[in-house]
Design a protein around this ligand. Structure first.
Ligand SMILES: Nc1ncnc2c1ncn2[C@@H]1O[C@H](COP(=O)(O)OP(=O)(O)OP(=O)(O)O)[C@@H](O)[C@H]1O
Length: 281
């Protein structure tokens, strides 16, 4: 794979944003991100949270080498954006977004295979027996090996999310970026995906992940760090339990919110609801 020529960067941070600002392209004036600093290291699993429009997807796009900052520096896998071939860099990242185009008539196994080439359509001559076997293994790892022969278009939302994550893992990335992977999932599908992400983190110590989400309930227990964004600025970031607190969520969302941790998961609700103020409620 061409991306491997970039060389090993394991000892460095996998993402480093320093003084990063992004201005809105339309006017050049409006600030989408304002002097953001952020470091993600090997084996860390980050959650990016904040209100609509806070800049979460923009931060993920910087980390995915899809966007350059207006000011500041962005290093991904030890390579500075602006000084590296971003196509090579992107080939070493796993990125899953709702904007990804996927042929609905392709089987789940074929969709995973296309992760080798990073293409929408399969390039059959580029895949060997090992790739085919790996695609099956990854579907199994994501808990959906029975979907191998099913058309992607016939998979449920939760199944599609897991197939796309398996696809992203085909290039053996050391960094997996997930933009709202839980969007519109029902409760069992959400829990299956939480389980799958937890197992993934557990079984791959060299993998770092960043997940953009609106709901702390969606975070697997493997989440190690969180970053709360508000109006393009860092409100607070760091180890997950120091960030996912009632005080920080109340400040971030501008209304009383109660956050509780149970059995390694996090739950948020309006603190003005009946019973929310009950001790231990
Ligand atoms: N390319 C662009 N051109 C103009 N405005 C943009 C562009 N990208 C993002 N924005 C604006 O920047 C702000 C941050 O957008 P972003 O998608 O990063 O926020 P978000 O926190 O992911 O929001 P949401 O939770 O709604 O998905 C928004 O006001 C958005 O409209």
């Amino acid at each position: 794979m061409t991306g491997r020529s970039l060389g090993a960067t394991e000892s460095r941070p996998v993402i480093a944003l320093a003084g990063v600002s992004v201005h809105r392209r339309t006017t050049g004036q409006e600030i989408v991100l304002d002097s953001v600093d952020w470091t993600v290291r090997t084996g860390e699993h980050w959650a990016l949270l904040g209100p609509n429009g806070a800049g979460k997807t923009t931060m993920l796009r910087l980390a995915g080498a899809l966007l350059h900052p207006t000011a500041g520096t962005v290093d991904v896998l030890g390579h500075r954006l602006g000084r590296v071939d971003v196509r090579e860099l992107r080939a070493r990242l796993g990125l899953v977004t709702a904007a990804q185009k996927v042929p609905l008539d392709a089987t789940a196994h074929t969709v995973v295979l296309t992760g080798v080439t990073g293409t929408v359509q399969p390039l059959w001559r580029m895949y060997d027996a090992d790739d085919r076997e790996r695609a099956h293994d990854l579907l199994a790892e994501l808990g959906c090996k029975e979907l191998a022969g099913r058309a992607f278009g016939d998979c449920s939302g939760g199944q599609r999310a897991r197939v796309l994550i398996a696809r992203a893992l085909m290039s053996e990335p050391s960094l997996l970026l997930l933009d709202e992977p839980f969007n519109a999932l029902d409760l069992p599908s959400r829990e299956d995906l939480v389980d799958a992400l937890h197992r993934l983190a557990d079984g791959r110590p060299g993998l770092s992940t960043v997940t953009v989400t609106h709901h702390p309930e969606e975070l697997p227990p493997s989440t190690s760090h969180a970053y709360l964004l508000k109006e393009g600025r860092e409100l607070v970031s760091g180890p997950v339990d120091s960030v996912l607190t009632s005080e920080n969520f109340t400040r971030c969302f501008g209304r009383p919110i109660r956050v509780e941790a149970h059995d390694g998961r996090w739950y948020a609700r309006s603190a003005s609801l009946p019973g929310a103020e009950r001790p231990g409620a």
